[in-house]
Design a protein around this ligand. Structure first.
Ligand SMILES: [Zn+2]
Length: 92
């Protein structure tokens, strides 16, 4: 008896990867949220859709100078926009 017809090429063991610790994004440069825009964001738009979010909830969009107006208008006409603040203003 030869073992030649034995299934070969099976992975010996699953490759174990280190657990993905992907929650920290603060080191990355903020990029504008406008579709297709890769510019660095300078504004943070805080908004809330009362139909799907609780009142305390804040969604965040980032905007470059070029898109700050159009994005805030987009949210503003729907009554979603709550606050606009400069990026990085939180470091008191
Ligand atoms: Zn932009």
């Amino acid at each position: 008896m030869t073992p030649d017809d034995f299934p070969r090429g099976r992975p010996a063991s699953p490759v174990l990867r280190p657990a993905c610790s992907g929650d920290t994004v603060e080191a990355m440069d903020p990029i504008c949220s406008a579709k297709g825009c890769q510019s660095p964001a300078t504004w943070t738009l805080l908004w809330n859709n009362p139909k799907i979010h609780t009142p305390e909830r804040r969604k965040t969009w980032l905007a470059c100078p070029e898109h700050e107006q159009s994005l805030s208008e987009f949210l503003g006409v729907r009554g979603f926009l709550r606050e606009t603040e400069p990026v990085g203003s939180t470091d008191s």
